[in-house]
Design a protein around this ligand. Structure first.
Ligand SMILES: Nc1nc2c(ncn2[C@@H]2O[C@H](COP(=O)(O)OP(=O)(O)OP(=O)(O)O)[C@@H](O)[C@H]2O)c(=O)[nH]1
Ligand SMILES: [Mg+2]
Length: 218
């Protein structure tokens, strides 16, 4: 068998697994949200803030991808939430089979909203599906207003875009209208949430949207 055929078979097996994950989550009434962002954009902090905001209304769980248990292990253990850490063994992105294994470990019957923190990068194959109901891209002010132009693909497939670290606006030359325009070049529909995980500004709008999306699934 040629290399191209083998790669093709692995890809279609991944697609099948992602579809199975999606069907399983649908049947269980669980909303799985795939969070994509550059390193340090605020994925973990947004998960923490979201848990604080929605923890009373929804039963949350977290899957967190990492390249190594030692580096940057975030303080999610402070949360009283079912959390699975996936060490990808150097692979710079999660895949559907890793999610499937994590789903088997989680107390899935007691979960409404499952937040998946992808490894920090905007360059991994973004069309690759894990079986999530929603894909959310998080950008942050230090990445510049042209971030969606430099990394168009994740923005083009996003169901929502979060712009984090809004508290830094007075200190950076960041043009908000340019950012919106850049997102709209890739994606005409996704809502854009401007927020600061530090000050809490804008978190309510994000949480209300996420709650609505989750309730429409369960
Ligand atoms: N000023 C500011 N800093 C923030 C905000 N949100 C997160 N940070 C900080 O940004 C840094 C990275 O945040 P994380 O939540 O760890 O980012 P991440 O995307 O999970 O990072 P990786 O998992 O390493 O890719 C931390 O020092 C946070 O405290 C914010 O709204 N404003
Ligand atoms: Mg993180």
């Amino acid at each position: 068998m040629g290399l191209a055929t083998q790669i093709g078979q692995i890809r279609s097996a991944e697609v099948r697994l992602a579809e199975e994950n999606a069907a399983f989550l649908r049947a269980m009434g669980i909303s799985m949200v795939h969070l994509l962002a550059s390193p340090g954009a605020g994925k973990t902090t947004l998960i923490l803030r979201t848990a604080e905001t929605l923890g009373r209304q929804l039963r949350l769980a977290v899957i967190q991808g990492g390249l190594s248990r030692q580096i940057g292990t975030p303080p999610l253990s402070d949360l009283d939430l079912p959390t699975i850490w996936i060490d990808t063994g150097g692979q710079p992105y999660l895949d559907a089979s890793m999610i499937r294994e994590a789903l088997e470990e989680l107390p899935i019957a007691d979960v409404d909203l499952l937040l998946v923190e992808e490894i920090g990068t905007l360059t991994s194959p973004p069309k690759r599906s894990l079986g999530a109901s929603l894909r959310v891209v998080i950008a942050s002010l230090p990445e510049g207003a042209d971030c969606p132009l430099r990394y168009p693909e994740p923005f083009s497939v996003a169901d929502a875009v979060v712009l984090n670290k809004l508290d830094l606006l007075p200190h950076l030359e960041f043009d908000l209208p340019s950012f919106h325009k850049a997102v709209r070049r890739q994606n005409s529909q996704a809502p854009i949430f401007e927020l600061s995980c530090r000050t809490g500004k804008g978190l309510k709008e994000w949480s209300v949207w996420l709650l609505e999306q989750t309730r429409s699934i369960s």
